[in-house]
Design a protein around this ligand. Structure first.
Ligand code: SF4
Ligand code: SF4
Length: 300
């Protein structure tokens, strides 16, 4: 479990009020996600574009895609009725850093009215090295990178393509590009003192044993938490690996990999894989109370 006993004191100081990082805080502080990231620059075999980005989120009902202005209105409305709101995250439905203008504009609007709210983003990392300066300048103090492999040969089984530098790349070359950008982005952020959590999706038969190497690699580069999440397959929608019916791991398989990684980067075991438009205390989702049609029309 994650908590004061297994985090360095200087890290604990930064995350103790963050519901996702502190098991204590998640009873007292609320987080919300706004779904303002419209598009993605990679294809994960487990992604179903009809749903939220699996960077952080489980498949569910499609999130409403909001403009930055709508997103900011929603955050202010939530802040008025959820006084424990301490964290605003952008985690989908696409990638927060691809077409970054949407996330950036949302954060800027919110920060004008709620200067104390903590900002975080999650990303697949491909665009990350290009935005590190802005992330630091905007006081975004937590970044989550989804890293499912450090071996491009394994990556080629997870990512059919990545779009980078105006081109679509495929195969091992695509996975290598993604891998190199993920490692570079992680190193750049930790060098600047930004807290980085790594998410990995456990895909049975593809990266289960390999995640131990991922754990070592991200620990070496300064990630403060590693969150191994189960692939959530949705056979009804052919979500995972096209229509091949890739299953998700059993609870036992998940625990085995998490246990094997103990002693590496700190493990996070209470992530709930919230939706890209989740609102409220961890474990509750009041998102449906704050859909677009229920918001006030103007920013106060
Ligand atoms: Fe889908 Fe997220 Fe992967 Fe992009 S990064 S393909 S939105 S799961
Ligand atoms: Fe926190 Fe995990 Fe939910 Fe993100 S998906 S808000 S890290 S519990």
């Amino acid at each position: 479990s994650s908590g004061p006993s297994d985090l360095a004191p200087e890290v604990w100081e930064k995350v103790k009020d963050h519901p996702c990082y502190s098991e204590e805080a998640h009873h007292y502080f609320a987080r919300m996600h706004v779904a303002v990231a419209p598009a993605c620059n990679i294809q994960c075999n487990y992604c179903n574009r009809k749903y939220d980005c699996a960077n952080e989120s489980r498949p569910g009902v499609v999130s409403e895609r909001l403009t930055p202005e709508q997103g900011a209105r929603k955050v202010l409305a939530v802040a008025q009725s959820v006084p424990q709101l301490s964290v605003l995250g952008i985690a989908g439905p696409g990638d927060a850093l691809y077409d970054w203008r949407h996330a950036k504009a949302t954060f800027e609007l919110v920060a004008e009215s709620l200067p104390d709210i903590k900002l975080c983003i999650s990303t697949n990392g491909l665009s990350l090295p290009d935005h590190v300066d802005e992330i630091v300048n905007m006081n975004i103090d937590h970044v989550t990178i989804t890293i499912n492999m450090v071996d491009p040969k394994i990556g080629a089984k997870i990512y059919p393509w990545v779009f980078f530098d105006h081109k679509r790349h495929t195969g091992v070359a695509a996975a290598r590009l993604l891998h190199e950008r993920q490692m570079l982005g992680l190193e750049m952020l930790t060098a600047r003192g930004v807290l980085v959590k790594v998410n990995s999706v456990l895909i049975p038969g593809i990266n289960d044993e390999h995640l131990i190497e991922v754990n070592k690699a991200v620990k070496e580069r300064g990630a403060f938490l590693h969150n191994i999440m189960p692939l959530i397959s949705d056979p009804a929608h052919g979500t995972a690996f096209g229509l091949s019916g890739q299953r998700g791991p059993t609870g036992q398989e998940l625990k085995k990999v998490q246990d094997a990684c103990e002693g590496g980067a700190k493990m996070m075991r209470h992530c709930r894989q919230c939706r890209a438009d989740a609102v409220g205390l961890l474990g509750e989702d009041r998102g449906q109370e704050f859909t677009l049609d229920k918001l006030p029309e103007f920013l106060e």
